[in-house]
Design a protein around this ligand. Structure first.
Ligand code: CO
Length: 434
């Protein structure tokens, strides 16, 4: 299959984006760097805002959620907003507040399961630590990002000789006792806690005792890759949902002097239900819309007109059809990898899509010259959900759920299509030009 050079470049850039983003806090920092390089200025939620047409701004909440926008030339009440939402978090293992424990001469770190990862995929990977650490300072504390490039941690499998049924029964871990990650050999007279703190303190140039708290992700140090006969597939961690963040961000960065105000909202905590200050169930996006409206002098009546003229695209990955597991899929709704963006529908509103919003997204794809597909989950299987229904309910904005098809959702090493990523960027760019 032929991959246009520009599309291959977009996929390569996605791999670099994910490699720079081993935790949701890093993902927001990566977005922030790219926004700043493109002339976007940071707004602070604690300051007063003044905005005018053409302004490119972004605001961060909780270091793990970010909203960026370009103010359009048309009045908000006349044009509404074009909004794309996605999430910065991915399922995985998070280090506990007091993680270090010595067991049988080994130091291991206790973890919590964040969201719904495929736990077996975390075994035998070159894992390491990335996240944010809060360090004591003379006047309180400071927050620092930390990441280790070398693999510090591992979850070795049990040998098949002690787990004879593994290929018949599957690889299972007890979440409390069998998931702790091995850090090193215990040393005589050195507490396990000190062994854990030492590398972090050294990386940050602080005293181990000044590490107050941490939020650390066990991430896979293996870099992303392109694979397949024509390198038409992408393999990486966190494709769900950093691939959608990357596509939406690229669409926004390419937007110059739009008529309607264009906005990207990347939330934290989607994988655990979105109910947090930085999650889609919190007030973040409503607060930003209220301030945009207030800044352009809209009264209550015009604010409702703004909402009614807006459109929300919830971009999150979709399930690509897997030829080895045909029985897992709804026979009339195969979403094929490298065959274009997928519109996700569910009559029970697990997805926010309506017939009307799906038709609108199809029209956007047609305008962008991009194929598109439709997906519905098997009726006898529980369907996942997204931020789409949450944001649609909260804001009252017509909404559609879309995503690029992918395999192995919630594995530590997911895969997707190179062409699909380029298609998604084109479709989302068309949405911002609408
Ligand atoms: Co997702």
């Amino acid at each position: 299959m032929t991959i246009p050079a520009n599309t291959r470049q977009q996929a390569q850039d996605l791999l670099e984006f994910i490699d720079a983003s081993p935790s949701p806090w890093h993902a927001v920092a990566t977005c922030e760097q790219r926004l700043q390089a493109a002339g976007f200025a940071r707004l602070d939620e604690t300051e007063r805002w003044t905005l005018q047409a053409g302004d490119k701004r972004y605001v961060v909440r909780g270091d793990a959620a970010i909203i960026a926008f370009v103010v359009g030339s048309a009045a908000l009440a006349e044009s509404g907003l074009r909004i794309i939402g996605a999430h910065t978090d991915s399922p995985g293992l998070r280090i506990k507040p007091r993680p270090a424990e010595e067991v049988g001469g080994m130091v291991r770190l206790g973890v919590e399961v964040y969201g719904g990862p495929i736990l077996a995929t975390f075994a035998d990977r070159d894992l390491s630590l990335a996240g944010r650490v809060h360090v004591r300072t003379p006047d309180g504390f400071a927050t620092r990002l930390v990441r280790f490039a070398d693999p510090l941690l591992r979850l070795p499998n049990l040998a098949i000789h002690m787990n004879r049924e593994v290929n018949e029964s599957g690889l299972k871990f007890n979440k409390q006792s069998e998931l702790p990650l091995l850090l090193g050999v215990a040393e005589e007279g050195v507490k396990a806690d000190a062994r854990f703190r030492q590398p972090i303190a050294a990386a940050l140039g602080v005293e181990p005792g000044d590490l107050l708290t941490w939020e650390l992700n066990a991430y896979d140090t293996q870099k992303g890759s392109l694979w397949g006969a024509d390198r038409e597939f992408i393999a990486d961690s966190q494709l769900d949902n950093l691939a959608s963040c990357h596509a939406a961000l690229n669409a926004l960065l390419a937007t110059d002097r739009p008529v309607a105000t264009c906005l990207c909202a990347f939330f934290d905590h989607e994988e655990v239900g979105s109910e947090s200050a930085a999650g889609a169930g919190g007030s973040f996006i409503a607060d930003v819309l209220a301030r945009l409206a207030g800044n352009t002098g809209l009264d209550g009546e015009d604010q409702r007109r703004m909402v009614a003229r807006s459109f929300f695209i919830s971009a999150d990955m979709a399930h690509g059809w897997h030829p080895n597991f045909p029985a897992a899929y709804e026979p009339c709704h195969h979403a094929l990898v490298n065959a274009g963006p997928v519109i996700k529908s569910n009559a029970n509103q697990r997805y926010s899509t309506t017939g009307e919003t799906a038709a609108r997204f199809m029209a956007l794809c047609a305008r962008a010259g991009v194929p598109c597909q439709q997906y519905a989950h098997r009726t006898d299987l529980g369907c996942g959900s997204t931020i789409g229904p949450i944001v649609a309910a909260r804001l009252g904005i017509p909404s559609v759920d879309v995503g690029s098809p992918m395999w192995a959702m919630h594995s530590i090493r997911e895969s997707a299509g190179v062409l699909d990523h380029g298609y998604m960027i084109a479709a989302l760019s068309a949405a911002f030009a609408d």
